[in-house]
Write a protein that binds this ligand. Structure first.
Ligand SMILES: NC(=O)c1ccc[n+]([C@@H]2O[C@H](COP(=O)([O-])OP(=O)(O)OC[C@H]3O[C@@H](n4cnc5c(N)ncnc54)[C@H](OP(=O)(O)O)[C@@H]3O)[C@@H](O)[C@H]2O)c1
Length: 253
């Protein structure tokens, strides 16, 4: 039997500008490249990964698109909004926002300190709110907001996830409320819930990996590219809003 693979080359996003937060590595970097392949110019934010963000910029440019890297800590209120200002100024507007930057702090509930709670909520929740708020101020009709949640908003398979699951669950409410508020402006908001995905945050050869893979129906980790595929689809979709998408190998099944 012959198996054929097809490379998706349709330029659905030609002429559009996207901002991907946390775009220097992992799911964010794969998303930046995927959006560029579909024709978008792309801004990425990073905190420590200046060199990696530069590599993403060069890879986007090699695809014939414009790109810019912006150092912006999603946990800092000024940076969270400022990333939108820089992206729109450098690339000429903003059509697609991918709220991808996030931190995963796991541990028994009694070990998580008030400072841990503040930091995780600042990056995973307040940052997403403030970046989205800044984005909708400049987005034209047809704008798209895609937020990265987690499969743990749907099913928490074991202990240690209180803070992370709580923070990401807030993004479901934000997404639905944004969809209702922005619908009349033709702007959509959706959320993608990855399952275990092989990145620096959650390596497929890490100590907890076998247990996570076993929780999925497909019995394996996903790749950053497999998540990016759904994000890119939503960047081009016109009649989908307020919706949650599991890209989790069946973790929630
Ligand atoms: N991997 C998984 O299994 C999994 C599963 C479900 C959901 N997710 C979610 O998917 C998203 C991406 O995760 P990933 O696995 O790709 O992580 P990753 O490989 O650790 O990459 C994280 C990216 O976010 C950036 N970042 C971290 N903190 C930031 C901050 N405060 N402000 C701005 N950027 C920041 C990092 O930039 P620097 O390079 O500068 O550090 C990097 O580009 C996160 O929201 C995560 O919660 C991941």
């Amino acid at each position: 039997m012959t198996h054929r693979t097809t490379q998706h080359t349709e330029k659905n996003l030609l002429g559009r500008v996207a901002l991907v937060t946390g775009g220097s590595r992992g799911i964010g970097a794969a998303t930046a490249l995927r959006l560029a392949r579909e024709g978008a110019d792309v801004a990425v934010t990073y905190v420590n990964g200046k060199e990696a963000a530069g590599d993403v910029v060069r890879a986007v440019e090699a695809l014939g698109r414009r790109a810019v890297a912006v150092r912006a800590d999603a946990g800092d209120p000024e940076d969270a909004a400022g990333a939108v200002t820089v992206a729109a100024r450098e690339l000429g507007g903003l059509d697609v926002l991918v709220n991808n930057a996030g931190v995963g702090l796991l541990g028994p509930v009694e070990t998580l300190t008030p400072a841990d709670v503040d930091r995780v909520l600042a990056v995973n929740v307040r940052g997403v709110f403030l970046t989205s708020r800044a984005a909708v101020a400049v987005m034209p009709r047809g704008g798209r907001i895609i937020t990265v949640g987690t499969c743990m908003t749907q099913r928490v398979p074991g202990p240690g996830g209180t803070l992370y699951a709580m923070s990401k669950s807030a993004l479901v409410g934000l997404t639905k409320a944004l969809a209702r508020e922005l619908g009349e402006r033709g702007i959509t908001a959706n959320i993608v819930h990855p399952g275990p995905v092989d990145t620096d945050m959650n390596p497929a050869d890490g100590p907890y990996a076998p247990g996570q893979a076993a929780m999925t129906a497909l019995g394996r980790f996903g790749t950053a590219q497999e998540v990016a595929e759904t994000i890119a689809h939503l960047a081009g979709a016109s009649y989908v809003t307020g919706a949650e998408f599991s890209v989790d190998g069946g973790h929630a099944a």
